[in-house]
Design a binder for this molecule. Structure first.
Ligand code: PEP
Length: 250
């Protein structure tokens, strides 16, 4: 069984100085616990400062994105070797905001997955259905497709290093979280899809829930054995609420 994981996706928030003061405040209240991994994903520009501030702590660093090639004429992009050199251990891939605003396809997401895995970065791979897809009864097929295409040519060994984040698009940033039962139902589907195709034990998979997780509702999600942690957006921007969510995970 992999440890639970609580990851904070800062999105496009916080300057470098705000990032430093956030980490300072967070470390005064955060209590590390056995069996819980905590990950922070600040914007690219704040990665070095946050890496430095986290150096003597167990908290790990993630990037929010990467490009699917190692180097070359790709103005404005950031590669897996660059992130690895910066001290990142995780990278978020396939977030719905990137699928929606930056038109990332499953094929492009697969290139990013391959690039990350090729450089020892552990993907936090996001999947999730839009509201109209849920209402049309297509949740499971949409998610299966995201998994099959997004994780194409990933080996069973590599699959053990991937964390899946189930993030229903209608729950992200809306204040309307899925219920723990809704999340657990989709997690069960993800687990059987992956176990079936990659032949790995269902309890070898780590699946997070994301979508309007707060310090108030996180505990209910963590009661489900299907839910192995959370990907947190808005509520991770406040040191008290992020520390509180992490404290509820055991
Ligand atoms: C996210 O960005 O992955 C997310 C889940 O955001 P929020 O917690 O704000 O819904």
């Amino acid at each position: 069984m992999r440890p639970r994981l609580i990851a904070g996706n800062w999105k496009m928030h916080k300057t470098i100085s705000e990032a430093k003061s956030f980490v300072r405040d967070f470390l005064t209240i955060f209590q590390p616990q056995q069996g819980i991994e905590v990950v922070m994903a600040p914007p690219f520009i704040a990665l070095p400062a946050v890496h430095h501030a986290l150096q003597s702590t167990p908290i790990q660093l993630a990037a929010q994105n990467l490009f699917g090639k190692d180097e070359g004429a790709f103005t404005g992009e950031i590669s897996a070797p660059m992130l690895q050199d910066l001290g990142c251990t995780y990278v978020i891939i396939g977030h719905s905001e990137r699928r929606q605003h930056f038109k990332e396809t499953n094929e492009l997401i697969n290139q990013k997955i391959q690039a990350a895995l090729g450089h020892g970065l552990q993907p936090i791979f996001c999947v999730g259905e839009r509201l109209e897809e849920r209402e049309a009864g297509r949740t499971e097929s949409v998610i299966s497709n995201q998994i099959i295409e997004g994780l194409r040519e990933v080996s069973s060994e590599q699959m053990k290093t991937i964390t899946i984040a189930y993030e229903p698009v209608w729950a992200i940033g809306t204040g309307r979280a899925a219920t723990p039962d809704q999340a657990a139902e989709v997690h069960t589907h993800i687990r059987s899809t992956i176990a079936g195709k990659w032949g790995i034990a269902q309890d070898g998979l780590r699946i997070l829930y994301g979508g309007s997780v707060t310090a108030e509702n996180a505990g209910e999600f963590f009661q489900s054995s299907q839910i192995n942690g959370a990907l947190v957006g808005k509520a991770c921007l406040n040191p008290e609420s992020f520390a509180r969510i992490a404290s509820l995970a055991p």
